[in-house]
Design a protein around this ligand. Sequence first.
Ligand SMILES: Cc1cc2nc3c(=O)[nH]c(=O)nc-3n(C[C@H](O)[C@H](O)[C@H](O)COP(=O)(O)OP(=O)(O)OC[C@H]3O[C@@H](n4cnc5c(N)ncnc54)[C@H](O)[C@@H]3O)c2cc1C
Length: 446
Amino acid sequence: MQLYEYTVPVVIVGGGASGTVAALAAREAGAEVLLIEQDARAAGTTSMSQGLMCAAGTAQQRALGIEDSADTLFADIMAKTRGQADPVIARAIADGSGPCCEWLTETIGYPFALDTGFRAVYGHSRQRMHGWPGHGGDDMVQLLHQRLAERGVDVLLQARLVDIHADGDRVTGITVERPDGSREPIGCGALVLASGGFAANHDMVAKHMPEAATACHNGHEGNRGDGIRLGAALGAALGDMGSYQGYAMLADPHGITVPPGTLVEGGVLVNRDGRRFVDETADIAGMVHPVMAQPDGIAWVVFDARIEELCAYTLEVQALRDTGAIRIAGDAAALAAIIGADAATVAATLTATSPDPFGRDWQTPPLPPYHAVKVGGAIYHTQGGLQIDADARVLRDDGSGFANLFAAGGAARGVSGPSYWGYLPAMGLGSAITLGRIAGRSAALV
Ligand SMILES: Cc1cc2nc3c(=O)[nH]c(=O)nc-3n(C[C@H](O)[C@H](O)[C@H](O)COP(=O)(O)OP(=O)(O)OC[C@H]3O[C@@H](n4cnc5c(N)ncnc54)[C@H](O)[C@@H]3O)c2cc1C
């Protein structure tokens, strides 16, 4: 039996969005909390993100006259996932996202505003992207950690979870490893696994999503699936392990995400031969595979000054401008020269035809001068993990729950269905933050 020098009522593993929000919620509920983070500076996939959270029925939406509700978000989740999302988790997220977003804004002091530049697309029937204007995911992580410090939550950095100890259905504590290889057992009254997904674990990706095994990974290297593997070793059930967000527009070689608005507002994807190959507005995550299937696995996002201006408020477009990733071509022939394609082919591609050969609800095609960014596809983050219930309690295969083990964020099963086509924009943080709050509250009640 594992002995502990000290025991903390609530231990949370992971200092990204889900872990910090879980810690804030557990602390608010009166628990003493210790947050464990493997890195010297907490960052996680959250810090790489745009910091956008989808949430329904918020004060921010109401202030702009947008009618939305938990039921509408639930319906959108089930429609996008073709009815294959776990309805219990979907309901918990749909019901919890709006109140969670408002709690973060009003009580925690996180300045969420509705991102009015992000249309209701890719499965969202309402505008419901909430972000901190002018700030991205790294600012989100740092502000949430500042709030932890203000509320007296202890954070142990450079401590990697390497083992979970349990007695039957009850977790008694964990072992963490420090950078010098020393190991330390820590007892806990309840444990929240918020250690992210497994997109950085090539073996797990190859096993659960073989079609993405050769895709490059554009997420945090700490997402090795530690919490998922250790939970499974205790007997936890796993769900939707084939689920992930791929993304088609990672600037090559700059490594900057080209925001989806470039396509939504009228841009197109053109391959090395100067041809379109897909309805660019059909999906956000599923587009990765059509791009990977093109010659050299690359494409060019082609837009124009009007579209760029509409997206210029995003940090990503500002970074693309700063790094010179956006190439400008006066006409189709100049664009063809940049792409290395035939000029007549590019000119024909940029002339909209009706009906569109790919079924796109075509708007005005981009107009010269053309703006173009070379892009490749990548896997950004996984969405499957430990099976949980509406309280974020980790379940076994037989449906029974652990007494004091909870999971949230990338470590838990999300609501993106079984594969790459069920992801709703900003559901990574939508679920991480909403389930983080639920998990923290549940852990405090143990
Ligand atoms: C480029 C990019 C942009 C994105 N943009 C958005 C967006 O705008 N909106 C959106 O909803 N989603 C977005 N996502 C997805 C979103 O970032 C993730 O879904 C979300 O951040 C997951 O949060 P998390 O707290 O579960 O994981 P993370 O933020 O990855 O945090 C997990 C933490 O656990 C730590 N950890 C891991 N293993 C251990 C261990 N064994 N011991 C101790 N600590 C450990 C890690 O170091 C990390 O700090 C984006 C993803 C990428 C890659």
